[in-house]
Design a protein around this ligand. Structure first.
Ligand code: NTF
Length: 838
């Protein structure tokens, strides 16, 4: 057998076309990849061919680092963080990797000197939209920080063939289009066919006694599916570490159906193959909503089983016994989506590796940590027993066993407390019986965390209150963070350059350094530059909106932005009520002094979420009226930008003056968009919800526009009986706004169109828009006042950015490492000939 060292490429000791960072080598690499990988010459190459050649050129420069990283982890036997997530919303790779490798400007120059349009090539990349929103994007930010902090880590997830749908707006309504992100090939992934893993489904179990007369259970599945790993390199900023994101694709085993062919069931055999491969076909597009679909549980079990088997293989390869598994891997459950992992690890340890239950349970608890991301009851995952039993009969038995032992403990601690027992049980028996995944995750993990201070407090009090009483020491808060590499450096190069010119570049990996900007707050020239930068970026966005959507917006107006998934609790419709209020003021008094504003919306609605789709229609309908009314004289503009995604986020956060974070208090677990806006110098109008509270604490209350009920007040009002009618009748302004919608004014006289929305507000208003309306309008009036004093606004903008250090995902990941994972950095050193950095 040849060893690595004997293969020529591993002997090369000079800068070559795959590692070199000189202009000449990069230029040659581009031509080489175009010809040898794309099989094209310039005469036949499409822009996509050039993009692919460029992507391979960048990937080549990561491969030595990637290989070295994996090698060091294996050889040194370090502890690896394993981040299990059904979603990774990565966004485009190219620019991010160029920045992290430190070769953005160099490569851009080479591309342009080769006569190619760098921006065009950059925009060709299809973004991997393998997530719905905040939860998936958080996983991507955390992968970036893990690499940047040189923490050994692997992300495990699903390689959906179709990611989050593309959104089009037709006649004001959302239309969903399949996201064919793989259609032109994905240069960033490498399939590792030889590391394929088998996953079982369905069938039945059978008890038996083994040769030592021990009671055992074997699982006789009725289906086996192959999991093929596709690896994507995740570079760190300014370090050699390149970690792996391993996404699993489902395939049918070739040999499995030979029998069927022989008995003539050709169609049946092929059909079963198709059904197996369906497991990783498409991402479920529901955000914050649990739908008990069997295929979804199949997806979850499929990727979790592949990942745990993969980790066990890696662990055993080190020559270790499974008793020390938790010293090799710290496995984090990104919400309950992967929480079946608790039962699966138990099954692997007990059934397949014959470890005693108690020891297996210790290993399992020491291995897992659980992050909760939502308090919304409709998002809490639960599966009916029948569905569970059909798909995972052995796991259901294991869950019963876990439950029995667990409830035994509870009974000992709280005798005669059957209500408590019923609440803590892994099985919900209040009506139809369900497995409660949050309870499984909580029992099976040594650490449980929420994603912002308020959220963690509410978790401890309500959703997981009984677990908190039982094990207070398991709970901690880990406030979310976002990566400043993608969310400032990549998306806002103008601002990043301005900051770096003032305080040097260390802030990019030490975001607290932004504090140093405060020293320049009295420097009028600096303030002018800051303002001018924002202005330039707003100009770019205005041009983009004009070119792509045909709407003229005034770059001098206040850019008021709300981009996030559409959901009633996020209250995009409260924003609309404000727009109509302003419109009404203009109609009543056309010469009224008003701060010109551009309202920018973006976000997808879950395809089956009628109310969210109706809110999109309302935004567009109000936009049609306001944008075309001559009385408005362009002082207000409303634009709904279709297909909000990571790429568009990168365009819009830097251009925002005002960030709308207006969820009902107690509903938004954290929010992360709120952080991206403020980092880029936008001011926030927001409620005391999620991470808004901590943002306000950091930036100072005088630099934040607060409104609305507190969580306590929301609870209080709910409990004493909230009646939206009272607000409607007692507030003439609110009444006029609602009546205008009801009258058909925004729907060509159709009084039925928005009725479901208006009725929901008038008779239920579950998210208390009416209760917060006046306070919101007042805060918006303060925004208008503040914006008129541009000097003062600029100071507030600078202070917001300067004080956002806490919200770097680097800080969040450090906390996870120290308090949950017990993971430490491992430096990756490279051979001298590839050490060079541009
Ligand atoms: C989301 N949860 C929350 O709604 C956001 O507030 C939070 O910022 C992100 O998670 C990240 O923590 C979900 O998407 C889910 F799936 F849990 F509902």
């Amino acid at each position: 057998m040849t060893t690595f060292e004997q293969v020529p490429v591993f002997q090369c000791e000079f800068e070559d076309d795959r590692t070199g960072l000189s202009k000449e080598t990069i230029k040659r690499a581009l031509a080489d990849n175009l010809f040898y990988i794309q099989g094209k010459v310039p005469a036949t190459a499409t822009p996509n061919d050039y993009y692919m050649a460029l992507a391979y050129t960048v990937r080549d420069r990561m491969l030595q680092r990637w290989f070295k990283t994996t090698e060091v982890y294996t050889k040194k036997g370090v502890k690896v963080v394993s981040y299990l997530s059904a979603e990774f919303l990565l966004g485009p790779h190219l620019s991010n990797n160029l920045i992290n490798l430190g070769i953005y400007d160099l490569v851009r120059q080479v591309v342009e000197e080769s006569g190619l349009d760098f921006v065009q090539l950059r925009e060709i990349e299809e973004e991997p939209g393998l997530g719905n929103g905040g939860l998936g994007r958080l996983a991507a930010c955390y992968m970036d920080s893990l690499s940047t902090l040189e923490i050994p880590a692997i992300g495990y997830g699903i390689r959906y063939e179709f990611g989050i749908f593309d959104q089009e707006i037709r006649d004001g309504w959302q239309v969903e289009i399949t996201d064919k992100w793989l259609h032109l090939g994905n240069p960033w992934e490498i399939p590792r066919l030889e590391e394929t893993i088998e996953v079982k489904f369905g069938g039945r179990t059978e008890a038996y006694y083994d040769e030592k007369c021990r009671y055992r259970v074997r699982w006789i599945p009725d289906k086996v599916v192959k999991g093929v790993p596709y690896d994507t390199p995740i570079s760190g900023y300014n370090v050699n570490t390149v970690n792996t994101l391993r996404l699993w694709k489902a395939e049918a085993p070739e040999s499995f159906e030979f029998q069927a062919f022989n008995v003539g069931d050709y169609y049946g055999a092929v059909n079963r193959k198709v059904v197996s491969e369906n497991i990783t076909k498409v991402l479920y597009p529901n955000d914050e909503l649990m739908k008990g679909k069997e295929l979804r549980l199949e997806q979850q079990y499929f990727f979790v089983s592949c990942s745990l088997q993969d980790m066990i293989r890696l662990h055993l390869q080190k020559g270790e016994s499974l008793e020390t598994f938790h010293q090799s891997f710290a496995v984090q459950l990104n919400d309950t989506h992967p929480s079946i992992g608790v039962a699966e690890l138990m099954r692997l340890l007990v059934d397949e590796y014959e470890i005693e239950w108690d020891q297996a349970w210790q290993i399992t608890q020491n291995t897992f940590g659980y992050t909760n991301h939502t308090l919304l009851p409709e998002a809490l995952e639960k599966w009916t027993l029948s569905l569970f039993k059909n798909l995972l009969p052995r796991h259901l038995q294991i869950i019963y066993e876990i439950n029995q032992r667990f409830l035994g403990q509870v009974r000992a601690k709280y005798p005669n407390d059957s209500d408590r027992l019923a609440r803590l049980s892994l099985i919900d028996e209040s009506g139809e019986k369900y497995v409660r995944m949050a309870n499984l995750a909580s029992v099976g993990s040594h650490a449980i965390n929420g994603v912002a201070a308020l959220h963690t407090e509410l978790l401890k009090r309500d959703v997981l209150g009984d677990f908190h009483e039982l094990w207070p020491e398991k709970f901690s808060n880990k406030t979310n963070g976002v990566t400043p590499r993608r969310w400032i450096v990549v998306s806002n190069p103008l601002l990043a350059n301005l900051i770096t010119r003032k305080i040097g570049a260390d802030w990019i990996s030490h975001l607290e350094d932004l504090k140093q900007l405060e020293a320049f707050i009295e420097d009028a020239e600096f303030r002018r530059e800051w303002r001018q930068t924002k202005q330039d970026i707003k100009g770019y966005l205005a041009t983009y909106i004009k070119e792509n959507h045909g709407i003229e917006v005034n770059p001098e107006s206040l850019f008021d932005v709300q981009v996030k998934r559409l959901h009633e609790y996020k209250r995009q419709h409260l924003n609309v009520l404000h727009i109509i209020t302003l419109y009404k003021r203009i109609k009543d008094n056309p010469n009224i002094e008003i701060t010109p504003r551009t309202f920018i919306f973006g976000g997808k609605a879950a395809p089956g979420y009628f109310m969210a789709k109706l809110i999109i229609k309302l935004i567009n309908s109000v936009g049609d009226v306001v944008n075309n009314d001559p009385d408005v004289r362009d002082r207000l503009k409303v634009v709904f930008l279709p297909d909000y995604n990571v790429r568009f986020g990168q365009r819009v956060y830097p251009a925002a003056d005002l960030s709308e974070q207006i969820s009902t208090a107690g509903k938004e677990a954290s929010g992360t968009g709120n952080m991206k806006f403020a980092m880029n110098g936008a001011l926030t109008i927001g409620t005391l919800d999620g991470a808004n509270i901590e943002i306000r604490e950091e930036v100072g209350e005088e630099n934040f526009f607060l409104f609305g009920l507190t969580t306590e007040q929301v609870y209080e009002l709910k409990s004493k009986g909230y009646n939206p009618w009272d607000y409607y009748h007692n507030n003439p302004q609110l009444k006029q706004v609602i009546d205008l919608i009801s009258s058909g004014f925004f729907s060509h006289g159709d009084t039925n169109l928005f009725r479901p929305l208006v009725d929901s507000l008038l008779y239920h208003d579950p998210y208390m828009l009416f209760a917060d309306y006046q306070s919101y309008i007042d805060a918006q009036d303060q925004v208008n006042q503040a914006y008129r004093d541009q000097e003062h606004w600029t100071r507030m903008s600078i202070l917001n950015a300067a004080r956002m250090g806490k919200f770097s995902s680097d800080r969040a990941i450090l906390e996870y490492c120290q308090e949950i994972w017990n993971a430490v950095p491992v430096k990756i050193e490279l051979e001298e000939y590839i050490q060079g950095r541009a």
